[in-house]
Design a protein around this ligand. Structure first.
Ligand code: SF4
Ligand code: SF4
Length: 97
């Protein structure tokens, strides 16, 4: 998955260290392995790899993660179109929004 990245500086992902209880759910469910847990707190290690699927926020029991594609670009269509274009040897055409 490391080659399948999102647009840099566009993902809306935030983490409240104060709320985090260090359960590790975010680390387990994130398909891009963006989180790690150190000293009982989660950390975001690679925010530009986030594709805003929302799995981390959905599975965080403390409400410590915020990710909401509706607040910004958040367009997973771009990255999916890019994958498809790559498979067919074409140039990505954008998200279509
Ligand atoms: S929204 Fe999805 S890709 Fe982004 S950090 Fe959460 S689980 Fe990972
Ligand atoms: S799922 Fe939430 S509470 Fe658990 S480690 Fe991740 S941010 Fe912290």
């Amino acid at each position: 998955m490391k080659d399948f990245r999102y647009l840099d500086e566009t993902a809306i992902l935030s983490l409240s260290e104060e709320k985090c209880i260090g359960c590790g759910n975010c680390r387990l469910v994130c398909p891009h392995r963006i989180f790690r847990v150190r000293h009982g707190k989660a950390e975001i290690t690679d925010p530009n790899a986030c594709m805003e699927c929302g799995a981390c926020a959905t599975n965080c029991p403390a409400g410590a993660i915020y990710v909401n594609p509706d607040d910004g670009c958040g367009c997973a269509a771009y990255i999916i179109n890019s994958w498809i274009a790559r498979v067919f040897g074409k140039t990505p055409s954008g998200c279509g929004c």
